[in-house]
Structure formats: C-alpha cells, structure tokens
Design a binder for this molecule. Structure first.
Ligand SMILES: *Cc1c(COP(=O)(O)O)cnc(C)c1O
Length: 433
C-alpha cells in the first residue's frame, strides 16, 4: 500500500511530484523483495561469524604504541576473512582510503619486471597515477617507477569482459602476475560485474594460469549480492570502510581480504618488510568497525532500494538510467544521464540540499586531486566523503552523467528523490505529463 502523501507536506513540494515518486515506489515491490532476500542472507552470514568468533566487549578495546597482540585488530581481521570467505584479511583504520588499500595489495603482489593486467578496462581514476598508467606523469613511488608494468584489455561493447583477449595476452606474456578486475562501474557508463561473470571468468583464467593472482577492486560491491568475488575464485579483494562494509558507522579505513599466500605478502607492504602485521595500534575503539560490519548488509540494502527508486523515477520522467530500475545489481551506484551540464549540476545541488549535514552548502565543480576532470560532489555526510551515505558525483564532461550512491536509510533516499525531481522540474528540465 502507498504511503500517505500528506506525510511529505512539510517538504513544500507539489503533491503531483510526491505522488509521482510514491507510484514509482509501488512499481518496485518485486525489486525490493529481491533486495530484502539478499540482505537476509548476508545478515545471517555476518551474525554467524560474530557468533563463531565469540565477539565480546574486549574486542573493542583500543591499543597504543606498537600494538603487539592487539586482540581487537586481529579478531576484526578474522571476522572480515570469514564473512568474505577468505583465509585472512587486513582491516585497518590506518588505510587512508580505498585506493590506499588497493595500492597496498598491488604493491605486495607485484615485483619489478612483473605485469598487472586489468581486464575491465582502465581502473578507477585515483589509481591511474598510483599505477603509473600515463607514463608522462612520472609520479614518485608509482608501480611504474618500481619497474612494474601495466596492461589492460577493454570491455566489449556490451560491457562484458573480453575473455578471449585476456587469455591471449596471458598466453603471450609470461610476466603477468596479477589479473585485476573492478567490480563496480566507478565513473563509467557500464554495468557492474556480477558475481556470476566473475565466477566464469576466474575459472577460465585459473584453469590455465593457476599461479596468477586474481585481484578485485570490490569498492561499492560488498553485500549487494549473495556472494563476494573471493567466494568465486578471486585471491584478493580490497575496498573502503567508508563505503558498504563500514555500514555508515566506521569512521575511516580500508580492508584487504584474501588467501593466506596473498595476505602473507601484502602484510609486509602494509607495515614493514620483516615485521608485517605484528604492529599497528589504534587508540580509539574498534567498536565502530565491528558494528559497521554488522549493519553493512542492511545499510547496503537501504542504498540499493534508494538507487532503484532514483532509477525508476527518472526513467518514468524520460531519462536514461543505468542500471535500469529492475536490473540485477552488483554495486550500489546508480547512474542517470542528464541532457546538459546545467541539469547535472542542479541535480547534484538538490542531493546536497536533501542531506542531513551541510544542507545549506551549494556544491561547485572543482579539480579534485587524483581525478582527471572537474568533478561536482554532493555529500552532506557524517563521515567526510563517505559514499555509503547519500551522495552524488559527476565529472563535468559529456555525456552528462550523475553517479548517485548510498543512503543510510531508504526513508531518507526517498525524500532525496522527491527533492531531486522537484529541482529538475523547477529548473525546467523535466515536465510531468
Ligand atoms: C571508491 C572507489 C575506489 C577507492 O576510492 P577512495 O576514494 O580512495 O576510497 C576505488 N575503486 C572504486 C570502483 C571505487 O568506487
């Protein structure tokens, strides 16, 4: 049954706009049931892990100095490993962001003279310099500077992995040590890679090249499906704790999860070769990391529902969304294509206006470090830049696409959809029939 539209009267939005959104919500009943069932299964897996690791208050205790025998840190590692179906994990508040976790993993797995092969096209923007993809930049400390080489295969026009090209390159280039895939669409107009796709792809690769590491950038993908890439053959995944697996509670950090062999290499890059994971203290409580992981299946589901509603409403208003509102999802990002830069900017501003924090701020496009185009970012979040909280990003370039993600609660996501639709109508960009 539809929510009473009078509930939203205080928004001061034309009731036709409110009803337009509520009707779109009704059309999503089946989609929401599917999201609920994924949440149920993932919540159960997380709870079972907490039970089997016998998590107690003592695991939240902070440590100082070297952090020898930090029980909170070491237990958190085991919990993530079990949830992601791996032998081991490194879950650390000291990872500055997701890119730092990804780079640490790559640095641990690759040695001079070896090659990283990306099989999902160009990796996420912030990794470009870290890898040294553009050799004119000569970024100090990049993989390229350390003598590590990089190759990539493009996705096919239908957005799938070109497995024949991947196999041919692997057969002809014995220096390839890491096959790298990005699960999420990132800032690209393509679909996220599903777990099914990964399963088939990784099986092909491992059957002929069992000694190549398979690593996945899992950012934005955690808990959107029943399994993670490590359940279907990936050796290593890495991601950010201010996205899905932090549940909106973790204040900072990143994680790497993988096989014993992979983590045994990576831990020496995380701190110091020879010392590895023996050290590393955290003087605040570990509780937000445990609690965040516990909430992550639910918060991810709230984000997925909000994303589906954004998609449905803008589809019904005549725009193109990817994924479409009824498509299967493997990340929390919803992209919507707008006709011009003005409507893109108006949209992002409406998301900012609908945020609990900094609702009064008007975002402007800017040259963000690590990105190659000016980017407008709407993020009125409790944790700075946390994109598991409702946020929207858009590189100001053609075609004008907004990438929307997050929402701690669906009730908030729904209000934001109403504000956004209203803003575009007010700006004369959408006309409801
Ligand atoms: C967020 C993200 C990253 C890492 O970005 P950070 O801002 O460094 O956390 C990497 N890859 C993808 C696909 C992402 O979405």
């Amino acid at each position: 049954m539809m929510i009473d539209s009078n509930v939203f009267r205080a928004l001061n939005i034309d009731c036709r706009v409110v009803n337009f959104v509520l009707r779109a919500e009704e059309e999503l009943a089946e989609v929401f049931t599917e999201i609920d069932s994924i949440e149920a299964a993932n919540q159960l897996r997380v709870l079972q892990t907490f039970r089997s690791e016998r998590i107690a208050q003592r695991h939240f205790s902070p440590t100082t100095g070297y952090g020898y025998d930090d029980i909170g840190r070491d237990t958190l590692d085991r919990v993530f490993a079990q949830v992601f179906g791996t032998d081991d994990a490194l879950v650390r508040p000291q990872f500055a962001n997701g890119t730092h976790a990804l780079f640490t993993a790559l640095s641990g797995l690759l040695t001079p003279g070896k090659t990283m092969l990306s099989i999902t096209g160009k990796p996420y923007d912030t990794l470009e310099q870290a890898i040294g993809i553009d050799d004119t930049k000569n970024t100090p400390g990049s993989l390229r500077e350390s003598g590590i080489m990089y190759r990539q295969t493009e996705l096919l026009p239908d957005g799938t992995i070109d497995i024949d090209a991947v196999m041919n390159i692997l057969r002809s280039d014995s220096s390839i040590k890491v096959v790298y895939a990005q699960r999420s669409r990132g800032y690209s107009w393509r679909n996220a890679m599903t777990i099914d796709t990964f399963k088939r792809t990784f099986a092909r690769i491992k059957s002929e090249f069992p000694d190549v590491w398979i690593m996945v950038d899992n950012c934005y993908g955690e808990f959107t499906q029943l399994q993670e890439p490590t359940h279907v053959g990936a050796d290593v995944i890495a991601g950010s704790l201010i996205k899905n697996p932090g549940g909106g509670i973790a204040p900072t950090g990143g994680y790497i999860a993988g096989t014993n062999a992979a983590i045994a290499r990576i831990e020496h890059r995380w701190t110091i070769p020879g010392t590895g994971r023996e050290v590393g203290s955290y003087a605040a409580s570990y509780a937000p990391f445990f609690q965040g992981l516990f909430l992550a299946p639910h918060v991810t589901a709230q984000s997925l529902k909000s994303a589906a509603l954004f998609a449905r409403v803008f589809e019904n208003a005549g725009m193109v969304s990817l994924p479409a509102s009824t498509d299967m999802r493997s990340d929390i990002i919803q992209s919507v294509r707008f006709p011009n830069a003005d409507s893109l900017i108006a949209f992002c501003r409406s998301i900012q206006k609908a945020s609990p924090i900094d609702s009064f701020v008007v975002p402007e496009p800017w040259d963000m470090p690590g990105y190659t185009h000016p980017v407008i970012m709407a993020a009125g979040t409790f944790v700075q830049g946390a994109s598991i909280e409702l946020s929207a990003d858009a590189p100001i370039r053609e075609p004008y696409i907004a990438y929307i993600q997050g929402a701690l609660t669906y009730a908030h996501g729904r209000i934001a959809v109403m504000e956004a639709l209203n803003a575009l109508i007010q700006a004369g960009q959408i006309c409801l029939k």
